[in-house]
Design a protein around this ligand. Structure first.
Ligand SMILES: C[S@@+](CC[C@H](N)C(=O)[O-])C[C@H]1O[C@@H](n2cnc3c(N)ncnc32)[C@H](O)[C@@H]1O
Length: 301
């Protein structure tokens, strides 16, 4: 993929409730919903730190770091020289440094960026404790995913964790090209197989994603333990907190049809989660907060 100069807007949904100009914030629009740049960053940061255990001294790599949505929280959190970012579109990183983190942080934390588009990770010349790829496999071909996972396997430490999101669907994208800003889908089994072929194990995580993507964690095939079990309740709680805030905000401002459809989708997704269903069943006030504030039909199960 060659560098993309102009900022096409991601198809992952745009909010109308914020007055952000595309001229000033095109680097945000390129990577996802402009007005959810903040919470999109928070979700990634919380997943990595609270659930997966990222500490400041770990060596961290973000694949497709874009305009530093996660980077603006992770770069200050990590010690100097610990944050590495791969991003073919150099302009996105430059916009992120200029408008999100500020150049002082670059001096202070010395993040390291490479701009290749072939998923070559070995040129960073280090072993990583954590790797992140949010909304990258929602645009790759299967061959690109395989290349990325093979490269990741080569640079992931023995106990390392690689968190990634993708659009889970009933069909696999079988084209050869990176697709953007539109998204592609893969079946979980397909991602699991491609990971296994690369020598990695794939575990599904219950962790909310703003674009209805499925989070997974890749680890070396022979790594011990599992991260999935303890993710469920924390994920549901985090999702409840986000939904509560959204619903309150919608109540205050009135609900546009597009927002309502998006919220219904999100509620459907979260509502299917067993941990959340238990919490909703036990807590009428919570049920009211999640389902009672707007006229949402709970999906049949
Ligand atoms: C949906 S955005 C997600 C950006 C970032 N992960 C985030 O969550 O804000 C997809 C990103 O992948 C980048 N990208 C495109 N081709 C790539 C490639 N071959 N390798 C790595 N990243 C790529 C795009 O430039 C863009 O920044």
């Amino acid at each position: 993929m060659s560098e993309t100069p102009a900022p096409p807007v991601s198809d992952e949904g745009q909010d109308s409730d914020r007055d952000l100009s595309i001229e000033e914030y095109g680097h945000r629009a390129y990577v996802g919903p402009m007005a959810e740049f903040d919470v999109g960053a928070a979700r990634q940061f919380n997943l990595l730190t609270m659930l997966l255990g990222l500490r400041e001294y770990h060596h961290f790599l973000e694949i497709g770091c874009g305009s530093l949505r996660a980077g603006r929280l992770l770069i200050p959190y990590l010690m100097p020289d610990r944050y590495c970012g791969l991003e073919p579109n150099r302009w996105l990183v430059e916009a992120g440094l200029a408008k999100e983190t500020g150049h002082d942080l670059k001096e202070c934390r010395r993040p390291i960026f490479l701009h290749n588009s072939d998923f070559a990770l070995r040129p960073f010349e280090r072993v990583f404790d954590y790797i992140l790829a949010q909304s990258i496999f929602s645009h790759t071909s299967q061959a690109q995913m395989a290349t990325c996972l093979r490269e990741a396997k080569a640079v992931l430490g023995p106990d390392g964790l690689f968190a990634a999101s993708f659009h889970e669907g009933e069909e696999d994208y079988d084209g050869d090209a990176w697709v953007y800003p539109e998204s592609v889908t893969f079946r979980f089994e397909t991602v699991e197989r491609i990971a296994a072929e690369a020598g990695l194990r794939c575990e599904a995580l219950a962790w909310g994603n703003q674009n209805m993507q499925r989070w997974v964690v890749f680890r070396h095939a022979d790594a011990e333990g599992a991260v999935a079990e303890f993710s469920d309740l924390s994920a549901a709680q985090a999702e409840i907190a986000v939904l509560r805030g959204r619903l309150e905000s919608m109540e205050r401002k009135g609900v546009s049809p597009a927002d309502l459809v998006r919220m219904q989708e999100r509620l459907r997704f979260v509502g299917e989660h067993p941990a959340l269903q238990d919490a909703l069943a036990k807590d009428p006030a919570l049920h009211e907060a999640v389902f009672g504030a707007v006229s949402v039909t709970r999906p049949a199960r």
